[in-house]
Structure formats: C-alpha cells, structure tokens
Design a protein around this ligand. Structure first.
Ligand SMILES: [Zn+2]
Ligand SMILES: [Zn+2]
Length: 420
C-alpha cells in the first residue's frame, strides 16, 4: 500500500508519537556505556523441590525478587534445575502443605502449571520447571537475575563436605576423597577445571563448616584454592556459634587467615552470608531472608558479580546495610559508611590478627583492635596486623533469628594483607 502523502498531519502525528516512544524507551532499553558500580543484593544458597526444598523454583525466585534481591542462585544438592522432572503431588504436600498448588496457580496461572494424572489419584503429579524454562518469567535486566548453581554435597570420614559452585554450565558429581581435606581439594579441582574448560567465571564456596563439625580451620586453611566460605549460614542446624569444644564460625575465619598469612603466605579466605533456605511456607527450619551478600559491580551479570567477589568487593549481611566500604592501600585505613535506621545504634569491631612480637613468638589471632559506635567508623593499620576486617552489630534483633539473641550484622572482607 502506498503511504498517504496527501496530508502531512498524520506524518507529524506519527513522528511525535514515534519521538515520544523513543524518549520513553531509550533509557530503559539500552545499557549505559559505562555504568557506575553499585551494590547488588543476592543469595547464593537456596534449595527448591529439585532437591530437598519445599517450594517450586519459580515461586522461590519470585519470593526473592519481591523483596528487592537482585540475584539468586538455586543450589540444589548435586543437581541443576534442568531436564524433565515430575514430582508426585502427595510428596510435595507432605513436604509443604495442601495449599501449595493453589498458591502456585494463583501466582503463575493455570496455563503455566503443568500437572498429569487425575487429581486425588496417586498418579497426580506436578512438573518441576527447569531454570531455562522459567527464568524469562522472573528475570529483569538490571533488576533481577538467576544464576545456575549447585550444592556439591559430598561426604568423607562420616562428615558432610558441601561446596557450592555458582555459575556452572552443568552439574558436577561429588568427587569424593579419603579425608575431609582431600574431598575439599578434589571438588575444588573439579570446579576450577570446569571453570577453565567452559571459559566462564565460577564461584566455589565452602558451606557451613560447623555443620556436623565437619570442616576445621586447619582443613580450610590448607585447601588454598578455596577462597570463599560461609561466615554466616541461616540454617539453624549449622552450629554458627560453635559449642564448648568447637570454635564459632567467625573465629574459624581468623584462625584460617592467620595460618594463610603466615605459614602459607596465600590470600585470606573471604566471608559470605547465605540463607541455605529450604522452608518457604512459614514452617520452623531454614527459612529464606536471613543472610545475603552485597556485591559492588558495574553490571548485574554472573561474570561481573563473581569477578567483583574475587576482588573482595562485597560484604556479608544478616540485616545491616553499608553504603560504602573503602580500604585506602596508601594510608592503610579501612572505612565504613553504615546506612542507619531510626532508633538503632551500631557497634563496629575491627578485628585483626597481630603479628608475633618476638616475645611470645606467636601471632595473636582475631583480636579486637578497635570498637566504634560511629556511623562512619574507620581504622588505620599500625603495621603489626596481618590483616584487618570489620564486623558491624546493630542493636536491632535479627528479623528471623537462626540462633538465640541474634542481632543484625554485616561482615567486611579482610584487607591490608597484600605485601606491598
Ligand atoms: Zn549443605
Ligand atoms: Zn544447602
């Protein structure tokens, strides 16, 4: 059809409409050439019905997205959410409650939810959607992404050895090993080979070291290819605080880093907070929303987030938000900016492992070198520290505590350890 050239009015109108559309669409449809780095919130430890969680994966994604998370890794045990999987409805209800299907349908619609068999019959089953199939419904550029991941769940010496591998291309089998340490090493080696052969950034992190008191500080220090571990895991059964004969997870961290910065001369271990969520229907247990990481990156992509974490540009949180964390390598000063809430105060403790002073000939592990109530606390290193880190504790109780008397916290990464 020939365009109508008899009048210029429709053309003008069309141009105006077009121009209007361009003005509205341009800012959200193209990426800024060099966006400013900002903080992105994410949880790197989450279970769904694909292993032992009690919720459909897209419902979990939706839970986090609704609460302003920017990224989530579903980390089911030894499996990725992929392939065809039907789960008997009776098994799903046994794990959750009998309202689960109604809530799933109410959120995603009858035409999305796939069932087979007669309702009420033993054959009645629901299809678990693979990540590649549902991610388009929940992801939104610069708002929310899903990262394919797995909790490699191994055992050795009768103890659980669990390592999360974030941003994997395919599921990795537990590698096994004669000892806990060897099992960690074997799995780490497999993850690093996978990373190399697939040409992608993969983030391995050691989960809940005190779960079954499986992994000691000496094990963690020795497996030097492990750069990340969970300084906080929201599962109530992971012995976060240790007991009479076992150190807390946080004190394990300093012991590991004292060994790494003296005997081994390798970079320190960095700390992640996660949910390890399994229960999404309000039941007691490992509920979502207890621990997360804040990562500073220009782009919300798995590769950029993981690279930022490998640089140490992130912190762990169970409630406290930091507007800024800076370490000035010249002045050796670590400074935090705490995002404050009304009627809440914050205590920041700067923790360092101090070099041996010759007298005792032993470094002093995990010492508090400064305590501050400022909203911009800072610590300038004196030269006798192997590294320094900060932990901020709020006077506000944790929103859903995983242990008694838990207050909201944030943990920054060890700095000041480079030999420059
Ligand atoms: Zn685990
Ligand atoms: Zn887990």
């Amino acid at each position: 059809m020939q365009p109508n050239l008899s009048s210029d009015r429709p053309c003008v109108l069309a141009i105006l409409l077009f121009a209007g559309c361009v003005t509205i669409l341009t800012p959200s449809s193209t990426e800024a050439a060099d966006p400013e780095a900002r903080w992105w919130k994410g949880n790197l430890h989450t279970h769904s019905l694909w292993s032992d969680g009690d919720q459909f994966p897209e419902m979990i994604a939706d839970w986090y997205r609704e609460r302003d998370y920017n990224f989530v890794a579903l980390t089911d045990h030894n499996v990725l959410s992929e392939g065809i999987r039907w789960m008997p409805y009776s098994a799903i209800v046994k794990r959750s409650d009998d309202g689960i299907l109604d809530r799933y349908r109410a959120r995603f619609g009858n035409s999305w939810v796939e069932t087979r068999g007669e309702p009420g019959s033993p054959e009645f089953a629901i299809r678990l959607k693979p990540l590649d199939e549902f991610r388009n419904l929940v992801e939104e550029r610069n708002q929310f992404i899903m990262i394919p991941a797995e909790e490699i769940s191994d055992r050795s010496e009768g103890k659980p050895v669990h390592i999360n591998a974030t941003n994997v291309a395919e599921a990795l089998k537990p590698a096994g090993g004669a000892t806990v340490r060897e099992t960690m090493q074997n799995n780490l080696r497999a993850i690093l080979e996978h990373e190399k052969s697939h040409g992608r950034e993969v983030l391995p992190h050691l989960n809940h070291p005190n779960f079954g008191y499986a992994v000691t500080a000496q094990d963690l220090a020795a497996v030097v290819s492990e750069r990340f571990f969970e300084v906080y895991n929201g599962h109530p059964g992971v012995n976060q605080l240790g007991d009479a004969t076992h150190p807390s997870v946080e004190s394990i961290w300093d012991t590991v880093n004292a060994i790494r910065r003296t005997a081994l001369n390798v970079p320190p271990l960095m700390g992640i907070a996660t949910d390890d969520s399994h229960e999404y229907h309000g039941k007691a247990g490992s509920r979502p929303g207890r621990g997360w990481v804040m990562v500073r990156s220009q782009y919300l992509t798995p590769e950029h987030l993981i690279r930022a974490m490998k640089r140490g540009d992130f912190y762990a949180s169970s409630g406290v938000t930091l507007n800024d964390v800076q370490f000035d390598a010249k002045t050796k000063e670590l400074t935090l900016e705490i995002a404050s809430e009304d009627n809440v105060t914050y205590q920041t403790e700067f923790i360092a492992t101090l070099k041996s002073d010759g007298d005792s000939d032993k470094e002093r592990v995990g010492q508090r070198v400064l305590s501050s109530n400022s909203l911009s606390p800072s610590y300038r290193m004196k030269g006798n520290e192997l590294y320094v880190r900060a932990v901020v504790t709020s006077t506000k109780p944790h929103q859903d505590p995983s242990f008694e008397n838990q207050f909201q916290q944030a943990w920054t990464q060890p700095v000041g350890w480079k030999n420059d």
